[in-house]
Design a binder for this molecule. Structure first.
Ligand SMILES: Nc1ncnc2c1ncn2[C@@H]1O[C@H](COP(=O)(O)OP(=O)(O)OP(=O)(O)O)[C@@H](O)[C@H]1O
Ligand SMILES: [Mg+2]
Length: 243
């Protein structure tokens, strides 16, 4: 397993429109240390996939607020900057927030939950998948919260949908809910080629991380890499260690 450290950043609002612009730092500050750390995640994934395709990348964490959505969004930007056609799917059907990060008007379009329900071979994707505002990066927002997220995610429709989306995009990033207490991410790990776990420095408890590992083991899914997020340090340092 590999680990990449991502520094804690100081939030600063975009002076022009006061949006949460700072969140997509790989876009706004592509040479900064945050962007560098995220790009090193991309590089690590390339190295870990010498013999297999790396198309669907799942991002999760033990608990809420560890930084999954932020990391997913910025990783998606990093792939788009490389020229890949990227789709980020907000798989958090309970409290998704990618539409906020990318400032997409969720009320104008349907999201992932609708798309799973409506899916058939003749589906018109542009009614669901929208442009993110960043070249080559598309977004599928979470859609309305269904009463039964697990049932939806485990459905045959979702399987077929994800299969088809794989033929339309180079990279698909799945921004998932946390693992402790919820099995959404575990269900989705059946469809992913890589599973990234975001751990929040000082916040994430060792017991939760162990619980996550156990849950992954139980469904025979492997953790490809760990991102240690919110690291308080002034110098740049990313650590990698062997399996
Ligand atoms: N490296 C970082 N430095 C500073 N703040 C961060 C960092 N990463 C994430 N945050 C902030 O922490 C908060 C939680 O981040 P985020 O929404 O990405 O977490 P999450 O794991 O997706 O949460 P949830 O489980 O609720 O979906 C956000 O306000 C985000 O801007
Ligand atoms: Mg999130």
């Amino acid at each position: 397993m590999r680990q990449v450290n991502v520094k804690k950043f100081h939030k600063k609002k975009n002076k022009k429109n006061d949006k949460d612009f700072y969140r997509l730092m790989v876009d706004s500050d592509p040479k900064g240390s945050y962007a560098e750390a995220i790009k090193s995640v991309r590089t690590n994934l390339q190295f870990s996939s010498v013999n297999k395709k790396m198309k669907v990348i799942l991002v999760t964490s033990p608990e809420s607020g560890d930084g999954k959505s932020m990391t997913s969004a910025n990783l998606a930007v990093a792939y788009a900057q490389e020229g890949k056609r990227v789709l980020i799917i907000d798989c958090d059907l309970r409290r998704g927030r990618q539409h906020k990060i990318f400032d997409v008007n969720r009320d104008n379009t349907s999201g992932y939950s609708d798309l799973i329900l409506d899916y058939d071979k003749d589906i018109i994707y542009k009614n669901y998948i929208v442009k993110s505002g960043i070249k080559k990066l598309y977004i599928l927002t979470c859609g309305p919260t269904p009463p039964n997220p697990i049932e939806l995610l485990s459905s045959e429709n979702n399987k077929n949908l994800l299969d088809e989306l794989k033929s339309k995009f180079d990279i698909i990033i799945l921004d998932c809910p946390p693992v402790v207490g919820l099995s959404d991410a575990l269900v989705l790990s059946k469809y992913s080629d890589a599973n990234i776990v975001v751990v929040s420095s000082k916040k994430t408890k060792m017991e939760s991380l162990k619980e996550l590992k156990k849950a992954f083991d139980k469904v025979n899914s492997t953790i490809t890499g760990v991102i240690l997020n919110n690291v308080k340090q002034s110098r740049k340092s990313y650590y990698y260690y062997g399996e």
